[in-house]
Design a binder for this molecule. Structure first.
Ligand code: PEP
Length: 231
């Protein structure tokens, strides 16, 4: 099958490193990025010799100084993160992250050589035209003055996140194709209830380069199964 990147977002949950280590064993694993919580990033770097890449779930918009509780892009780089999710819908919903803040975070990550995985997606379940307009409008604001060759986009319809609902193949294909056409970005992932019952189907959709995975990330056996079957 084609190269298909799986990006696992553990959110504010802990998965013992040993659970992933037991599944991985001595194997080389391609195209898998694990994004544990900040506290576990360093420990998870133990999986890098197996080919597994490590990411963070968020980053500060500031570079250093008196910003209690914040973690900078340089700190992420220094601890071993190669990727960082930015602008996730949960950051927008619960922490009121603005497009302007997301834009600054992306710039800080690129400056440190950490690849941003930029999340966009419509909040209401409607037709493809609505989704394309919504997502392109978001990208227009979020990606101002950004080097587009340095980022990955994750198309995540908000109504599909954690709900078990998934758009049709046609919907996913049309939205991702519009993102690529209007931005020139090469790598676009799908996210939203990607799991055991749909991974083969979604991985086969034209133009989909990978998946951003929430809930299923907490099951290392399932992630390793998906990875070996898709790879
Ligand atoms: C997410 O939170 O980005 C996500 C895709 O979650 P889930 O896979 O649980 O829908």
């Amino acid at each position: 099958m084609k190269k298909f990147l799986l990006v696992c977002n553990f959110k504010m949950n802990s998965v013992a490193l040993s659970e992933y280590q037991n599944e991985v064993g001595q194997k080389q694993i391609n195209n898998l990025v694990l994004c544990p919580n900040f506290c576990d990033i360093k420990e998870y770097c133990a999986l890098k010799p197996n080919g597994i890449m490590i990411g963070a779930q968020n980053v500060s918009e500031f570079t250093n100084g008196a910003y209690t509780g914040e973690v900078s892009a340089k700190m992420l780089k220094d601890v071993g993160a190669d990727f960082c999710i930015v602008g996730h819908s949960e950051r927008k919903k619960y922490f009121y992250e603005s497009h302007e803040q997301t834009n600054t975070k992306i710039k800080n990550l690129i400056a440190e050589g950490v690849t941003p995985i930029v999340c966009v997606g419509e909040d209401i379940k409607k037709d493809e035209d609505f989704a394309v307009r919504f997502v392109l409008m978001e990208l227009n604001q979020i990606l101002k003055d950004i080097d587009l060759s340095r980022i990955i986009v994750a198309y995540e319809p908000i109504w599909a996140i954690g709900t078990g609902l998934v758009p049709s193949n046609k919907h996913i294909e049309l939205v991702i194709s519009a993102i690529k056409k209007y931005t020139g970005i090469d790598m676009v992932l799908y996210g939203g209830s990607f799991g055991e019952n749909n991974y083969i189907q979604i991985a086969s959709i034209n133009g989909v380069d990978g998946a951003l995975i929430g809930g299923a990330s907490l099951k290392p056996d399932l992630i390793c199964k998906m990875q070996s079957e898709i790879d």
